[in-house]
Design a binder for this molecule. Structure first.
Ligand SMILES: [Zn+2]
Length: 343
C-alpha cells in the first residue's frame, strides 16, 4: 500500500462519514419539519389586493403630461349602445366579458407656466369614498402619488359636464381645486346649470342636472367658472375644438408644444372595442346622437390625417394612442409604454 493509495482510502472514509452525517442531518431536518408542520401550518402569504397608483407620465415637447386615473366604471355597454349585437361581438373578440370596466382617465398638463387638468373623473358620484377601496374617486390620491397637490392646479378644462368628467370638481359640496378656474364651453354651462332646462328635460337626465349643479356651482359661486364659445386658444399651446353632440358644448382640446400634439377628445369614444370599427354606434347618454356621430367622424378623421397622439377618457388606462384607418373604419393603435420619455 503506497502512501498515495492510503491517502485515497482515508479520503474515501472521510467522504463516507461526511455523507452519513449529511443523511442523518437531512433526516433530522425532515422529521423536524414534519413535527413542526403537524404542530402549526406554515401561514400563507396574504394577497395584497390593491392596484398600482394610476398615473402615467410622458413629455410632449416641453410640456409634461401626466395621465391620472380616476379608476373605472362598470358598464353593460351592450345595453346602452345603439347596436347591441355588434357591441357584444366586438367585446367577445377582445376577450372582454360584459359588463366591462371602462377606464376613467384625466390629463394633467404642466406647461412650465401653468398646471392644467383636463376633466376630473367622477368624484364621489359613483358612491366611492376615495379610500382606494372602490373602483372610482381615485383622482386626488393619484394626483398626489404623481407628485402634485390639488391646490396647485391653476385651471380645470372640462371636455363636457357629465358626472364622470366634472363630478370630481367638488366633493361634499367643497371645491377640490380651490385655486383653479374651471373652463367649459358656454353651451354646456348654460344647459346643465339651468333650472328651466332641468324642468323641461326628460326624467333620465334629471340626475345629471342635479349632479352638475352640486359639483360645478361651487366654482360659479366663487367666481371661478369661465365659459368660452367654440374654437379658442385658451392658454399658450392649449386650444378648444368644438365637438358638440354628446352634450350641447362637448369640446376636445388640442395640446401643442414644440411641434408635438396631443388631442384630448373627451367622450368621442366610449366603447373602444366597437366604435372605431363603426363610428355610427351611439350611446344612450348622447344629447344629440346624430351630431355626436358627426363630431366623432370629424375628430377620427382629423387625428388620423394629422397623426395626432390621442388621449381618450374611457379607453383602458392610460388611454394614449394613435388613430389608424382600416377597411372597416378606424383602429386604435396603442401608444408604447415608455420610461425614458419622461426625462
Ligand atoms: Zn359623457
Amino acid at each position: 500500500m503506497n502512501n498515495n493509495f492510503k491517502t485515497q482510502i482515508t479520503h474515501f472514509a472521510k467522504t463516507v462519514s461526511t455523507l452519513a452525517a449529511s443523511v442523518a442531518l437531512a433526516a433530522s431536518i425532515s422529521s423536524g419539519v414534519q413535527a413542526q408542520s403537524s404542530a402549526k401550518a406554515t401561514p400563507a402569504v396574504p394577497m395584497a389586493k390593491f392596484q398600482a397608483p394610476g398615473f402615467y407620465r410622458m413629455m410632449l415637447g416641453s410640456f409634461e403630461i401626466t395621465v391620472l386615473s380616476d379608476g373605472t366604471a362598470t358598464r353593460h355597454v351592450d345595453e346602452i349602445m345603439s347596436k347591441p349585437e355588434a357591441v357584444r361581438a366586438a367585446y367577445a373578440h377582445h376577450h372582454e366579458e360584459l359588463p366591462v370596466e371602462l377606464s376613467i382617465n384625466t390629463f394633467l398638463i404642466n406647461t412650465g407656466k401653468q398646471l392644467l387638468l383636463v376633466d376630473t373623473g367622477a368624484g364621489e358620484l359613483f358612491g366611492d369614498a376615495g379610500d382606494g377601496k372602490g373602483s372610482s374617486n381615485r383622482l386626488v390620491a393619484n394626483l398626489r402619488a404623481a407628485g402634485y397637490q390639488p391646490e396647485q392646479i391653476d385651471a380645470v378644462l372640462l371636455t363636457h359636464i357629465h358626472g364622470d368628467h366634472s363630478g370630481g370638481l367638488s366633493i361634499g359640496g367643497k371645491r377640490v381645486f380651490p385655486n383653479a378656474d374651471v373652463y367649459v364651453d358656454k353651451n354646456d354651462a348654460s344647459y346643465w346649470l339651468s333650472q328651466a332646462n332641468a324642468n323641461a328635460a326628460p326624467a333620465a337626465r334629471q340626475l345629471t342636472f342635479t349632479q352638475s349643479r352640486a359639483t360645478v356651482n361651487p366654482y360659479a359661486d366663487a367666481g371661478r367658472l369661465k365659459t368660452f364659445s367654440g374654437a379658442q386658444e385658451l392658454f399658450a399651446g392649449v386650444s378648444s375644438i368644438p365637438s358638440y353632440g354628446h352634450t350641447p358644448g362637448h369640446t376636445a382640446y388640442l395640446i401643442s408644444s414644440q411641434g408635438k400634439q396631443l388631442l384630448l377628445w373627451g367622450d368621442v369614444i366610449h366603447a373602444g372595442a366597437a366604435q372605431f370599427k363603426d363610428p355610427g354606434i351611439t350611446i344612450a347618454y348622447d344629447f344629440d346622437a346624430v351630431a355626436a356621430v358627426t363630431s366623432r367622424q370629424y375628430l377620427l378623421q382629423l387625428a388620423a390625417d394629422k397623426g395626432y397622439l390621442v388621449g381618450s377618457a374611457h379607453i383602458s388606462f392610460p388611454g394614449l394612442g394613435h388613430i389608424g384607418r382600416s377597411s372597416a373604419g378606424y383602429e386604435w393603435l396603442t401608444a408604447p409604454y415608455q420610461i425614458k420619455g419622461t426625462y
